[in-house]
Write a protein that binds this ligand. Structure first.
Ligand code: PBG
Length: 328
């Protein structure tokens, strides 16, 4: 019998395919993570992320300007801090004259209309390379002692002009803690985008190279989530909502598309996803070897993340994808 239903009719020409396309990427979807280093006039490639650079504060302005010209208006800076400035309590993280907060203030001065999301976690500033405070005797990560540090870090970032605070540390109760610190210091307008479900993932390797922020001892499994768990993400979601998060994030993105969809189906908050360093590296490496079409693979990856339910995507591909979109 001949088919009575022919879905191919909706694919018969470019016009029809465009008409029925369900998901579209735009530059408004992208949050561009950028790496900062000390010094002047520095632009150093991250070895494990070809095409991604670490910029000194003076050079980051040009990179942001180039992205803004392509229609990207949201940025997530991360600092690579000199070892000499790292300590157990991440004290450098509140230094308004340090690399990170000065750069944030400078970016906001030069580009008042962009949104800056700052990262709250101790690892870039911690001599232990952990996101929280490490107990000297037991090596345990101390949740409640970490909250003190994270709250002060968030407050300093708000003072530097951050629009959105992004706690990536996965300590319990940090969203409520940070909200309270911000509100009681006159920053009730500063948003919180919580890393709601952040998994203990091998895909963060290149990022830790970029910032030299790998844990000195142990791993992050006592605070980052087990990749095997789905329901636990919903529990974290419920807590972040109750604690006052404005937006929630899933990280990584690509191996967790099911979690993005699950979270999207369970919340009315905007959902974001972090297309992390290792995911970037996989696509880039294969493309550089000529094993996949880099541009098409990149766009398919980003489209899949949006289709899964992400309203915005943190991605190192932001500029490259914006160029493809501009070309049409
Ligand atoms: C740490 C942090 C990490 C990333 C963002 N914030 C790495 C980690 O948890 O070790 C990873 C981002 C990426 O891989 O692109 N607070």
């Amino acid at each position: 019998m001949l088919p009575t239903h022919r879905p191919r009719r909706n694919r018969k020409s470019q016009v029809i395919r465009d008409m029925v396309q369900e998901t579209r990427l735009t530059t408004h979807d992208f949050i561009y993570p950028v790496f900062l280093i000390e010094g002047q006039n520095q632009k150093l490639e991250v070895k494990s992320m070809p095409g991604v650079y670490r910029y000194s504060a003076d050079r980051i302005i040009d990179e942001i300007g180039a992205a803004v010209d392509l229609g990207i208006n949201s940025f997530a800076p991360f600092p690579a801090i000199n070892d000499s400035l790292k300590d157990r309590l991440a004290r450098e993280s509140t230094n308004l004259n340090g690399l990170y907060l000065k750069a944030v203030a400078d970016i906001k001065r030069q580009f008042p209309d962009v949104a800056i999301m700052t990262d709250v976690a101790m690892d870039p500033y911690s001599s232990d390379g952990h996101d929280g405070v490490v107990d000297v005797d037991s090596g345990e990560i101390l949740n409640d002692a970490s909250l003190e540090v994270l709250g002060q870090m968030a407050l300093a970032q708000a003072r530097a002009g951050a629009d959105i605070i992004g706690p990536s540390d996965m300590m319990d109760g940090r969203v409520a803690w940070i909200r309270e610190v911000l509100d009681s210091n006159g920053f009730s307008n500063v948003s919180i985008m919580s890393y709601t479900a952040k998994y203990a993932s091998a895909f963060y390797g290149p990022f830790r190279d970029a910032l030299d922020s790998a844990p000195k001892k142990g791993d992050k499994k006592s605070y980052q989530m087990n990749p095997a768990n789905r329901l636990e993400a919903l529990r974290e979601l419920a807590l972040d909502e109750a604690e006052g998060a404005d937006m929630v994030m899933i990280k990584p993105a690509l191996s967790y598309l099911d979690i993005i969809r699950e979270v999207k189906n369970h919340t009315n908050l905007p959902v974001t996803a972090y297309n992390v360093s290792g995911e970037y590296a996989l696509v880039r490496a294969a493309a550089l070897n000529g094993w996949v079409d880099g541009e098409r693979t990149m766009m398919e990856v980003l489209m899949s993340i949006k289709r899964a339910g992400a309203d915005a995507i943190l991605t190192y591909f932001a500029k490259d994808a914006a160029e493809v979109l501009r070309r049409g």
